[in-house]
Design a protein around this ligand. Structure first.
Ligand code: HEM
Length: 402
């Protein structure tokens, strides 16, 4: 690998606090002994997709049935609802099987995770909304897939749909029959299957310099998990947000079950946070890098938040990204410096956390700045919060045209 990239891997790894950042290696060496399955063949997940549903969805698109399937799934929201009628029989049979919880899911842990998500929602919102969201733009495979797929043309809508995934996962009833997450995750799995069929037909994606023939492998989904869940765990620890061991384990468990529902094989799903961080150091840190598509996506996402005029400056937002992801990433994305905001965040954010956690008796002077940022993210992306409606996740039948 060129020396410049090797240096970037090490400095970005250090900035994100990912221990043992390593250069990309051709060989997959993460042991399935550290997975929820406890054993496995050890096949590199880069070559593992979602064969059965990929074939079913490709046939559905080729038969021109996408609109009919989306219409049939309209109103299919809650876990208790039966799989809708009017779907091709193979698809409804597949959904019947895949709506079930894995045998290893622990409902008491999942209930604790829901409570944890509620208690820590402010920080998680900031981490997913700013940190993880912008990190996705420096994951080349993800940035190129998102940019060149249908939803890339309307990032506000896409971000709202992705937030609805996070919202449903965090909900107190997420996995219960009264919750929505099992439906949301399965709908997402169908969208990913469609993207695997459609994106290779995009001349723009083909010309983008992508390095895989079929997108969204198990490896890629794990990378995204590490840029969200594992990154959140790392930041919460770093920011000294109080968490019990049981909370940490429960939080991981909700992601383990989510990954299962997204089609990641159990032999790749980390069984512990240690195993997750080790996997992240192997597959996330080394791949971070700027792309033209990622730079545009980051600018669109940050612009959507900044345009909500709550007195926040774009400089403050830029610096909050740099605070979470480091200056190397900030420089890749060309985020203009605002040293006053940088100093305010460096001092103010830890104080904000301490006050919220009841460790400081007096409200800090800059408290409102962080509250406004939270509101701006919510207003930009969480349209459920303002309109009360869910943004339905629908199966695309085309790529981004331009
Ligand atoms: C669609 C979540 C991994 C690329 C979606 C949607 C959700 C989602 C909720 C539906 C939103 C929409 O239709 O716009 C997730 C989660 C992941 C993950 C939770 C892992 C933890 C990935 C990865 C890639 C990817 C690894 C690519 C490398 C896409 C694309 C779409 C999509 C291209 C379709 C956008 C369109 O409508 O055109 N994902 N995703 N996702 N995802 Fe993912």
């Amino acid at each position: 690998m060129p020396e410049m990239n090797r240096r970037a891997v090490l400095t970005v790894g250090a900035a994100l606090g990912l221990a043992g950042a390593v250069a990309p290696s051709a060989a997959w060496s993460w042991s399935p002994a550290g997975s929820v399955a406890g054993a496995g063949a050890g096949v590199d997940p880069q070559w593992v997709w979602d064969d059965e549903i990929d074939r079913i969805i490709a046939t559905m698109i080729q038969n021109g049935q996408t609109a009919q399937v989306n219409a049939a799934m309209d109103g299919w929201v809650n876990n208790w609802q039966p799989v809708p009628s009017g779907l091709p029989p193979e698809l409804s049979g597949w959904l019947d099987t895949h709506m079930k919880m894995p045998a290893w899911a622990d409902m008491s842990k999942l209930r604790r995770a829901a409570d944890f998500n509620r208690r820590k929602d402010t920080y998680l919102f900031m981490i997913y909304g700013v940190g993880g969201g912008i990190m996705s733009t420096v994951i080349p495979r993800e940035a190129r897939s998102v940019y060149h797929s249908k939803g890339g043309a309307d990032m506000q809508d896409r971000a709202a749909k992705t937030f609805s995934f996070g919202y449903d996962l965090s909900d107190i009833n997420a996995f219960e029959t009264t919750g929505e997450f099992r439906v949301t995750a399965n709908r997402t799995r169908l969208v990913h299957a469609a993207v695997r069929h459609l994106l290779p037909q995009s001349p723009h994606w083909q010309a983008s310099g992508h390095d895989e023939q079929i997108p969204i492998s198990n490896h890629d989904i794990l990378v995204t998990f590490h840029s969200t869940g594992t990154f959140a765990h790392k930041k919460l620890k770093e920011w000294r947000v109080p968490m019990s061991r049981a909370d940490e384990e429960a939080f991981l468990h909700s992601w383990q079950v989510a990954l299962h529902f997204l089609g990641v094989k159990d032999e790749y799903i980390p069984a512990s946070w240690d195993a997750a961080h080790a996997q992240a150091a192997q597959i996330l840190t080394p791949v971070l890098s700027p792309t033209n598509e990622g730079k545009v996506l980051a600018e669109v996402l940050l612009g959507l938040i900044a345009q909500i005029d709550l007195g926040l400056t774009r400089g403050f937002l830029n610096e909050f990204v740099r605070y979470q992801l480091g200056n190397e990433v900030g420089d890749w994305l060309g985020l203009k410096r605002d040293y006053v905001s940088a100093a305010t965040i460096r001092v103010g954010w830890p104080t904000y956390i301490a006050f919220r956690e009841g460790l400081l008796p007096v409200m800090p002077a800059n408290f409102y700045l962080f509250d406004q940022l939270l509101r701006a993210i919510a207003m930009a992306f969480l349209n459920r919060g303002t309109s009360g409606t869910t943004t339905a996740i629908t199966i695309p039948d085309m790529n981004r045209p331009t």
